[in-house]
Design a protein around this ligand. Sequence first.
Ligand SMILES: [Zn+2]
Length: 454
Amino acid sequence: MRQMILAADKAERQSALNKLLAMQREDISMLVTYLLSFLLSVHAGLAEDASIRFAAQRWPELLPIAAEVICELGWWIEARGDRICRRDERGYVRSFHVGFDSEKLLHEWLVDWHRRAALDATVRVRRSLHRDGDEEDLAQGLSLPTVPTGSLCVYAGHRKAYEASANRHVRNSALATGCSVWAKAAKQRVPAERIKTCGCGASFPSRPHLLWQCSATEHLRPRCEAPKNRVEERMLARVVPELPAPPCVIGDDEVLEAITVDIEKLLRDKGTVTVGTDGSVVSEVAAWAVAIHGGGTHASGVIGEDQSPYRAEVEGIRRLLLAASSCTGSGRLVIISDCKSAIDTAFGRGQATLLVAEVEALLAAVCGLGIEVTLHWVPSHGKLAPTRWRPPPGGELLARFLNDAADRAAKAHAGLRARRSAREACLAARAGAAEWETQAITGLAKIAEFYDLQ
Ligand SMILES: [Zn+2]
């Protein structure tokens, strides 16, 4: 990958590409991993011979294989590589802003894509697999329907149960394995025929039978709702909605304008403006806020797919600098934030290269107007200051006061945006699914232990 990005000429690049092609044709997952590593390499500034912006914009040309992977996923590239887009299960176009949005977001999209593909390929979900013979005699599960193609399960209950317990039955149950006559026969090294009779009198009990149907295990049956499809019955998983797009941001321009007006007035009257900035996330919906000493407190939503806490913190500083860049007048702007990594963006350090470059450029633009800008860290609400910490100009009390005000405003605004949003509903549905999965898995573990001793 590195060889290809840094290739001196077309022939060298083609040779590197051929090597990758031979490797990558095998498996789409590997292609996807390479795509991610490419995006990360752009972020790490690997493209030494070109500016980062240039490399990020030209990546579909530099890396046709990554562009091919995007197509194979059913996604597409817009604006010469600025955006990676896909249509979600609700029919909305979702857009990943390369260099601005956190790669974690793209990673989540890819994980979801693979989860859907894996579920679609799961034979015990797709097919009934009911055994032929005398139906009365065989200890099988119910005849339940499959789930629609492209259904999504995130297995939150499974992961939690697996990680929380070292118990063999719990771990097997979290993997939806064990607890059948065949598993028991393999463990005891005897033919299944010899131990075929279930406690209920039927023969060759399957896992779905023991868990959901068997009269001999009824006293241990999980209390959750009975399964309605084969994913629930056999995988102990519930289909969940995909995380919907974040709610729209309305009135952002007015907020920026109000900040500009406040800063201009304070520069004129006092020569110095002290501003606390903060970001907050509620139910995967982000907002940023600024609290201006002697002015107002202003909050708005984070625009775009990346609703991470880091992005919310950075947006506080970025939007403040954007508002300040439209000011007339000179003086001093003191910015206070409780997030060191967000402050770092103003000095060219951070996770998303183009976002960082923009914050850096905005800072330069504001300084170019004759406004001296300094950024200061303050311990977040209620936390003690380290002994070596030097409070910002204006003192600790003011810094903490502005930080608190920005924090409260950001939290309130994020809460307002999240309330009754599709994201909030999705998280509630997912919490319900995780609870159902936990009960099913715990129930299966108990039944597995009971059946083991029979
Ligand atoms: Zn039985």
